[in-house]
Design a protein around this ligand. Structure first.
Ligand SMILES: Nc1ncnc2c1ncn2[C@@H]1O[C@H](COP(=O)(O)OP(=O)(O)OP(=O)(O)O)[C@@H](O)[C@H]1O
Ligand SMILES: [Mg+2]
Length: 245
């Protein structure tokens, strides 16, 4: 049975696309057939992260226009044989409904063990409809108080809608940011948002370099260790939290 994971955040720039890519890579490395669906219309970036911008023949736009079936718009990532992406349309004005996304997921489910959806930023009903159809919602925040408040608003809304399938990822955590007085510490972040933690990802320069160049993360990159741990927790393993800070 394929599992649909929605990756979302209230504030933009929290690391959703980086996390979809890193987590997708980790799940694929473990032998899971994985698909990342990018819903960040007009702001496509996952093809760049995997260094395959020149290999994208079709995207979600082609599917929505009825030019091809969803599975034919999927591109395999060269660096990980089990990893595939369905890129966002280049046109920022493409309109998609939650029903269309559900239908696309339904059509491709038989080919994949995990479908990861990069929802794009923002709190709107469109995102809520999409995430409600998923088996797991990953709410992403950074330690920044504005991000934390936006994540709290978002998860409160999920709870109001009866959705208990949320887990929290705190991204871009560094000693510097936690020591700094304006940044909340990890326990305070978790208590404020009120969602069970599934992972902490350190601020990692290797991630910025690798995603910018379209290279895989180096084996020893701290963020890759964090992605591997989150992937294993998603698969039900009991993996202790790594202390990066
Ligand atoms: N753990 C990390 N360490 C260092 N930099 C990071 C980390 N995670 C993400 N970044 C950087 O933060 C920036 C934003 O990341 P990303 O594009 O993944 O966020 P996003 O939530 O998808 O943004 P948007 O809301 O615009 O879609 C990028 O420059 C990325 O390289
Ligand atoms: Mg993004």
């Amino acid at each position: 049975m394929s599992k649909v994971i929605a990756v979302t955040s209230g504030k933009g720039g929290t690391g959703k696309s980086s996390i979809c890519s890193g987590l997708g890579y980790s799940l694929a490395k473990m032998g899971n057939r994985t698909l990342i669906i990018e819903l960040d219309f007009g702001l496509r970036c996952i093809d760049i992260i995997f260094g395959i911008s020149n290999e994208i023949n079709h995207d979600l736009g082609s599917v929505l226009e009825g030019k091809c079936d969803p599975i034919d718009a999927v591109t395999q990532v060269r660096t990980a044989s089990n990893l595939n992406i369905l890129c966002a349309p280049k046109n920022p004005f493409t309109v998609v409904t939650a029903e269309q996304i559900a239908d696309i997921c339904q059509q491709v489910k038989k080919y994949f063990d995990y479908i990861i959806i990069d929802t794009g930023a923002g709190i709107n009903s469109h995102v809520f409809d999409i995430v409600e159809q998923s088996n797991l919602i990953l709410v992403i925040t950074t330690p920044d108080p504005i991000c934390v408040r936006d994540a709290q608003m978002m998860s409160d809304e999920f709870y109001k809608r009866g959705n208990q399938r949320q887990r929290l990822i705190v991204n871009k955590v560094s000693k510097k940011t936690i020591i700094n007085k304006i940044i909340k510490d990890l326990d305070e972040i978790i208590d404020t948002i009120g969602v069970q933690l599934i992972g902490v990802i350190p601020e990692d320069n290797e991630l910025i370099i690798a995603t910018g160049k379209g290279f895989p993360l180096p084996y020893e990159a701290p963020s890759l260790i964090a992605f591997d741990a989150i992937a294993r927790r998603i698969k039900g393993e009991d993996v202790p939290l790594t202390k990066f800070i």
